[in-house]
Design a protein around this ligand. Structure first.
Ligand SMILES: NC(=O)C1=CN([C@@H]2O[C@H](COP(=O)(O)OP(=O)(O)OC[C@H]3O[C@@H](n4cnc5c(N)ncnc54)[C@H](O)[C@@H]3O)[C@@H](O)[C@H]2O)C=CC1
Ligand SMILES: O=C(O)[C@@H]1CCC=N1
Length: 273
């Protein structure tokens, strides 16, 4: 991929995931910078990955050819206003936002520029197993689209959406979704512990099964998810009882409602931030 000088503004969980994935994929550390108000996270990033660090967003902007906007959505407006008050110029930089709930129109207002790509990654990017949605308006060049796509492909899979609201559905299906699986695993592990397993053994049982199930899905692209489930579910057996219980309790409905709640919140943020 093209190797631009790339700055991450906001050195939190998601920046760490992306930086780690990029370094593992061979992106040169000397072409990456991260900024944060507090030094501790920065020092850890520098120690772990050998990247440049700075507490000065203006310095990062001056240095970088592409900038990942990775602060919390609620911090974005003030962070960008501070930058502009310092006299920082945003015009010549490709801006790649990973923030939930801030649309391109709002980012244009906040930055006074239009070279913006909106993305929605997720934390498994840390391991190169991310899933990222991307959206760009028609004004964005193919070169900039390719750069953002290749950057995210270095840390996982990518999917472009044609309509910006598609990003909100990516949030529900991928950005927020690792947490759904963690919640499910937490519930399973808690019950396994109640059944007498040690914490360590409960975690082993759950994590190895989740890993195996995910790999079964990946290894069998032509087999439907329902079919994979059916292969585990012997007629009159134990799985059938568990699945029947999930279905009687409305699991599908619950999942759909939870995903809708994530989309609703993303849209709500878009009107507030
Ligand atoms: N955590 C996740 O799974 C995902 C998060 N996102 C988006 O990524 C963004 C960051 O989320 P997280 O990494 O989870 O949050 P985080 O809170 O871990 O990281 C944000 C970082 O920004 C720093 N920060 C605050 N003000 C700053 C400023 N003025 N200049 C520079 N840095 C500043 C904070 O100190 C913090 O380290 C959010 O906009 C979120 O919507 C997107 C996809 C997934
Ligand atoms: O919870 C959030 O708002 C962010 C966006 C997707 C994952 N974390």
């Amino acid at each position: 991929m093209e190797e631009k000088k790339l700055a991450f503004i906001g050195a939190g969980n998601m920046s760490r995931s992306l930086i780690s994935g990029l370094i593992q994929a061979g992106y040169p550390a000397h072409l990456i910078m991260a900024t944060n108000p507090s030094i501790s996270k920065l020092e850890k990033l520098a120690a772990d990955f050998g990247i440049h660090i700075s507490q000065d967003n203006g310095q990062a902007l001056e240095w970088a050819q592409a900038v990942v906007l990775a602060v919390k959505p609620q911090m974005m407006a003030s962070m960008l206003a501070d930058l502009q008050a310092q006299g920082a110029k945003l015009d010549n930089t490709l801006l790649i936002s990973i923030a939930a709930g801030i649309n391109v129109a709002r980012l244009q207002e906040m930055t006074g520029q239009t070279r913006i790509i909106r993305t929605m990654p997720n934390t498994p990017s840390l391991l190169g197993l991310g899933m990222t949605g991307l959206y760009a308006r028609p004004n964005i060049s193919q070169g900039d689209r390719d750069y953002a796509e290749h950057m995210m492909q270095a840390v996982g899979k990518t999917l472009w959406v044609d309509e910006e609201d598609g990003i909100n559905h990516i949030i529900a299906a991928a950005g927020s979704a690792p947490a759904y699986f963690f919640l499910f695993m937490e519930a399973m592990a808690a019950h396994a512990i109640q059944s007498g397993f040690s914490e360590q053994d409960a975690r082993l049982l759950v994590q190895q099964t989740a890993l195996g199930a995910a790999n079964m899905v990946v290894a069998n692209p032509d087999t439907g998810l329902g079919e994979l489930r059916a292969q585990v579910t012997s007629k009159g057996g134990t799985t059938a009882q568990a699945i029947a219980h999930f279905q009687e309790q409305g699991l599908e409905h619950l999942v759909a409602n939870a995903m809708t709640a994530a989309v609703t919140r993303a849209r709500e943020l878009e009107t507030q931030l």
